[in-house]
Design a protein around this ligand. Structure first.
Ligand code: ADP
Ligand code: MG
Length: 268
């Protein structure tokens, strides 16, 4: 009997972006997305109807003053919270109607998170921090090690596997967090002020890494209040009072690696 051609990838393997499936429809669609928080009798309207499409492969910066709803919007996109109104579709799936368990499954399968303060476990090695999402996903030990190792190498920390967060610089900690965000092969990275705790030099390095991941096909949505950080994005969506007030495309975003190299010529 002729041998069958083996499958190139296990079924769980993610497409390279050339499999065409997600190219036709936007990765993210929101219709009139709304969120209000209730504090006793007080109702705080944080989002007041956000209608937006984000295509697979975009790099979007979300801007706006403090309290304008940026984090609320990111939490909804990240399936960390449910909207009070409106609809949200992620890769064609209607997320806004899903229950907690289904949301958690989508979140673990499709989305990586990066935060301002890294959110790494203290007294836990870089390798173990990156393995953590795989532990939750039920991946067995050897595979966890290998996948975490590969992602740490990808972010340039292959020589810091056993370092704990307190033994790493801010930029290195954020790279560990980015490695962790990648370990489940997400289609989307959500980053809420990922450079907010970093100096310019280190911020640009982190942005160069996110740009490289984006060029590899991952969609990135990032909150920042700094214009020189938003300049690395291909699109800037601005919020005010829970609404989108501006949506601007930038056909030629600044290359963060080039900007980082430019800092070398300036005094520290
Ligand atoms: P941003 O990230 O742009 O600073 P947020 O999305 O955090 O804004 O907040 C939007 C509004 O919702 C603000 O008025 C804020 O005070 C309020 N808010 C945010 N989170 C909560 C919460 N968990 N409970 C009550 N109000 C909240
Ligand atoms: Mg915020």
């Amino acid at each position: 009997m002729p041998a069958r051609t083996p499958r190139a990838r296990p079924p769980a393997g993610r497409g390279s972006g050339s499999d065409g499936l997600r190219v036709a429809e936007p990765l993210i669609v929101t219709h009139g997305l709304a969120k209000e928080y209730r504090l006793g009798t007080l109702v705080v309207p944080a989002l007041r109807g956000v209608t937006l499409e984000i295509a697979a492969g975009e790099f979007v910066a979300v801007m706006g003053p403090s309290g304008s709803g940026k984090s609320t919007f990111m939490n909804l996109l990240g399936c960390l919270d449910s909207p009070s109104g409106g609809e949200y579709f992620l890769a064609g799936e209607k997320v806004s109607a899903m229950s907690g368990d289904a949301l958690a499954a989508i979140r673990n399968r499709r989305i990586g998170f990066v935060f301002q303060n890294f959110n790494l476990l203290a007294r836990t090695s870089a390798l173990e921090n990156v393995e953590l999402p795989l532990l939750y996903a039920g991946v067995e030990k050897q595979a966890r090690r290998e996948r975490a190792l590969r992602r740490l190498e990808q972010v340039g920390l292959g020589d810091r596997l056993d370092h704990q967060p307190s033994q790493l610089s801010g930029g290195q900690q954020q790279r560990v967090a980015i490695a962790r965000s990648l370990v489940n092969d997400p289609v989307l990275i959500l980053a809420d002020e990922p450079t907010g705790a970093l100096d310019s030099r280190t911020s640009f390095e982190v942005m160069a890494l996110l740009q490289a991941l984006n060029r590899g096909g991952i969609t990135v949505v990032l909150v920042t209040h700094e214009h020189d950080i938003a300049a690395f994005a291909g699109r800037v969506v601005s919020f005010r009072d829970g609404r989108v007030v501006e949506d601007r495309r930038e056909p030629n975003p600044v290359d963060a690696a080039v900007a980082r190299a430019g800092l070398e010529t300036q005094p520290a």
